[in-house]
Design a protein around this ligand. Structure first.
Ligand code: GUN
Length: 285
């Protein structure tokens, strides 16, 4: 039976560390601010944004919410981003994705100044992640790395399989595992022999977005299984990509949904916002 990795507990530790540093900055007269922009009324985005604002208030970061209507034009959103780029109260800018179809996501991401890009989505920050000299963590993959570290298992030399190749999760996830000297395979919808590849993984990270995608026959005995999926099952209940009940019998370690990767993504966002505040104030430690 697998050990359950408690993302809530690990994220609480990360947030407590951030909170301590934010308090120290406050005692020096330095305030931290995060702008959170949401466009339209996607219910999942609303939940994520509320959770991000709640985390800000827990660690002492002031959040500034900008809720724009579904029919917002690209020009309007870009002009808000430019305003936030120039607002000294704002250390980090987060534009919740996905955006309505009339808005080009890349145009928005490219407009955020890299110093305030706490999601690490700007091509300049993505480049830093690729090279390995990054300051802003890719939030979800960095959260996953913390959860893997929690198991005590070192990815060095291990077979690491990432299912999914998105810019937000799959690609940066592969980079972080590679930086830790894992032997990384990225699988996707065109991958042949997906089951066999996964069944050889010492560390399996699923970021597919389909409930019940990872079954026990895809899990190696004793493997670390990390579930990045956030889906709803037929009953509307939140669930990941992994068939938890059958996979926990085979895995060595496994993350639940909810309570696994989700809280870690937000904790890492808080960490990035702290990094942005320190950089804006010339604090290098
Ligand atoms: N949508 C899904 N995940 C994320 C994320 O990490 N950041 C933003 N901005 N939007 C998202």
């Amino acid at each position: 039976m697998a050990v359950r990795i408690d993302g809530k507990a690990v994220s609480a530790r990360v947030k407590a560390d951030v909170k301590k540093e934010i308090e120290q900055l406050k005692s020096r007269g330095i305030e931290a601010g995060l702008a959170v922009v949401i466009v339209g009324d996607n219910p999942a985005s609303r939940v994520y944004v509320n959770n991000k604002k709640k985390a800000c208030s827990e660690v002492g970061i002031t959040s500034y919410e900008y809720a724009l209507p579904q029919d917002t034009t690209e020009e309007e959103l870009l002009s808000l981003v430019e305003k936030l780029n120039n607002d000294s109260r704002v250390n980090g800018i987060l534009v919740q994705l996905p955006l309505p179809e009339q808005i080009d996501e890349h145009a928005v991401i490219n407009t955020i100044v890299p110093e305030k890009d706490v999601d690490a989505f700007h091509p300049e920050n993505v480049g830093h992640i690729m090279i390995g000299d990054y300051k802003f963590l890719p939030c979800t993959p960095a959260g996953v790395m913390e959860l893997i570290a929690e198991t005590g298992i070192d990815p060095c030399g291990k077979s690491c399989v990432v299912i999914g190749r998105s810019n937000i999760v799959g690609k940066p996830m592969a980079m972080l595992l590679l930086h830790k000297n894992g032997t990384v395979t990225v699988c996707h919808s065109r991958t042949k022999d997906l089951k066999e590849i996964c069944a050889n993984a010492d560390i399996l990270v699923s970021a597919v977005g389909k409930a019940n995608f990872v079954t026990a026959d895809m899990v190696k005995q004793g493997a670390v299984v990390i579930d990045v999926g956030m889906n709803r099952n037929e009953e509307g209940k939140l669930c990941g990509d992994v068939c938890y009940d059958e996979c926990e019998k085979k895995a060595g370690y496994i993350t639940p949904v909810p309570g696994g990767v989700g809280p870690m993504t937000i904790a890492m966002l808080m960490k990035n916002t702290l990094t942005a505040v320190k950089a804006a104030n010339g604090i290098t430690d």
